[in-house]
Design a protein around this ligand. Structure first.
Ligand SMILES: Nc1ncnc2c1ncn2[C@@H]1O[C@H](COP(=O)(O)OP(=O)(O)OP(=O)(O)O)[C@@H](O)[C@H]1O
Ligand SMILES: [Mg+2]
Length: 320
């Protein structure tokens, strides 16, 4: 009987971007320490980490601007060519005194583009980022959000397969942020591969299919947001607002019960983190009732990815 060939490449070759064991040191400081990640076509992956985690250094090595000490970057299974990668840098790279269109021409020239092909690419990129009507304006007249969008357009002119976005929404108002997100989702829908670095967990969760959390140059965890949530020992916080808060209540009897992770009292409310809502909350309510307490209001909230980060790294994602 004829056997179909085994698709040995399934887990490897479909990845548009593969980064393996990248390392970079500056003097005695190891900025990136054996970092690996991968992303498929039509996928947005998030690279999250606090200041100095090594995000920009990683992006810069993928873009070919910084030479790694060790490790490898592959795009579509081979060492990347310049035209396959677009970089939206953390620092705006625009000439304020030039109109947006002239800025884009300069970027196009960097990739050897010109003539009608560049005109078409500029028109398309400006339309995608919603700046087609303002292309003749000097960048100095742009808002912060418009500059960020032009920065994005500049990275798209050569139609790269992989787009690296290094904190593209810093200093951007919520409306422009939404506009940028829509632009990125449109690129994803076209099958592009996006690597998005940020300090903002909410952003990453909203936008990214998978996330890599890094700190001190190393991957601390990676997976879909749901997979990362599952790393948390307690996945739900329940707030129980007491009907008669003035009545004495000693919470010690609740501590150590199965499924109860943490417990604290904040004013009129008892906050309990539980492993399993359905299994653990009835026991908490019954215990409170046995103490002579009823609840005015019970609410549960899901732990957020900030708490995952805190658990993994012992520090918060953003400087206080
Ligand atoms: N050219 C350089 N020379 C020396 N040290 C550097 C250089 N570039 C980066 N570093 C150091 O490497 C570490 C990682 O920096 P990197 O810019 O990659 O962090 P990051 O995660 O992008 O931080 P941020 O969120 O602040 O942008 C930092 O300690 C930084 O000071
Ligand atoms: Mg950075």
């Amino acid at each position: 009987m004829w056997n179909a060939p085994v698709p040995v490449c399934v887990n490897v070759c479909w990845q548009m971007l593969e980064v393996s064991h990248l390392k970079k040191s500056f003097g005695r400081l190891t900025a990136v320490d054996g970092l690996s990640l991968s992303a498929g076509s039509g996928e947005i992956i998030g690279l999250l980490g606090p200041n100095g985690a090594g995000k920009t250094t990683t992006v810069s090595m993928i873009a070919g601007l910084t030479v790694p000490d060790a490790g490898e970057v592959r795009v579509n299974g081979a060492p990347p060519e310049k035209r396959q990668i677009g970089l939206v840098p953390q620092e705006l790279a625009l000439y304020d005194e030039l109109p947006a269109r002239e800025n884009l021409k300069l970027f196009g020239a960097l990739y050897g583009a010109g003539g009608s092909a560049l005109d078409r690419a500029m028109k398309e990129a400006l339309e995608l980022v919603g700046l087609a009507g303002r292309a003749g304006d000097r960048v100095s007249r742009y808002s912060g959000g418009m500059k960020r969008r032009l920065n994005l357009a500049a990275a798209l002119l050569h139609d790269p397969e992989v787009l690296l976005l290094d904190e593209p929404t810093v200093g951007v108002d919520p409306q422009s942020r939404n506009a940028i997100f829509d632009n990125l989702l449109a690129l994803k829908a076209r099958g592009k591969t996006l690597l998005y670095t940020t300090h903002y967990m909410e952003e990453a969760e909203r936008l990214c299919d998978r996330l890599t959390i890094m700190d001190h140059g190393k991957v601390m965890a990676s997976g879909t947001p749901d997979e990362l949530y599952r790393l948390l020992p307690a996945t739900n916080m329940v707030s129980l607002e007491l009907e008669t808060p003035e009545r004495p209540l000693v919470l010690d009897g609740l501590r150590g019960k199965e499924g109860i992770r943490t417990i604290e009292r904040v004013n009129d409310t008892v906050k309990v983190s539980v492993t399993d809502l359905t299994r653990d909350v009835p026991g908490v309510l019954a215990w409170l009732a046995a103490q002579g307490h009823a609840c005015r209001h019970v609410a549960s909230e899901r732990a957020n990815l900030e708490s995952v980060f805190l658990m993994l790294t012992g520090r918060s994602l953003r400087d206080p």
